[in-house]
Design a protein around this ligand. Sequence first.
Ligand SMILES: C[S@@+](CC[C@H](N)C(=O)[O-])C[C@H]1O[C@@H](n2cnc3c(N)ncnc32)[C@H](O)[C@@H]1O
Length: 246
Amino acid sequence: MSRDISGIPSVDLLGEQIAAVLADPTVGHGLARTLRAAAKEVELSRYHRASQRAYPDGLDERPSKVQIGGGSHQLDGFFNIDLVPPADLLWDVREGIPLQSDTVELLFNEHFLEHIDYPRSAKGFAREAHRVLAPGGRIITGVPDAAFVLNGYPAAPKQTAEMVERWYSKRSCRGDINTFLDLINYVLRDQDDDPTYTPHLWAYDFEKLAQLFTEAGFSKVEPWIFDPTLANPKREWASVYVIATK
Ligand SMILES: C[S@@+](CC[C@H](N)C(=O)[O-])C[C@H]1O[C@@H](n2cnc3c(N)ncnc32)[C@H](O)[C@@H]1O
């Protein structure tokens, strides 16, 4: 950890040093790729630290409905928590959910869980969800369905083309998905160099989601019937959703 002039470890100074190294055109691809990931974490930690400073004693709000990782799909009537704007609270839930225990009725998240590391953050998130939910409260979780792509292998070129079109048509990696196995790789471990995309760090199916939430203490985990008035309509295809009850 670098230090500022007062001797206090400074994440911001580290960010400046990373930017300076990245500006050097002779930096190799491997180091640059790692540093870009570190620079992104530094940037994200700015939002998180600002919220920590703004709420040193925790949040006053006691929202009954909360969305985590909604991105641009903010939900009316929900308290929206995300790493980046727009959101009601900018917060990194790898550091916990900053809400009172036993207070939330409904937690909603989709296409978020696969972006946090497993097991530390994913299992921590499930435990935190269980903590903040009121008795009988529920969490709805949707992710890309790993079973959908794995069951499709080996696939006809037409099937590959449909999935590439639906999921990756706007991505810079589109031209590099050349076989169905490339597609499986993207679903399981999306590692696009495009800094606007956060990688997929773990893959889930119904069994894994049920295990994750059961281990965290939930009494019941069932399939959730997709409801486009709540979920992002574009997520319906090839996703798996569960609803877990505390
Ligand atoms: C792929 S987007 C999905 C957005 C939206 N749920 C949807 O389905 O359209 C993933 C979202 O999760 C958020 N996210 C990822 N890691 C997070 C974390 N550690 N804490 C809070 N939000 C996170 C990202 O900022 C992003 O908005």
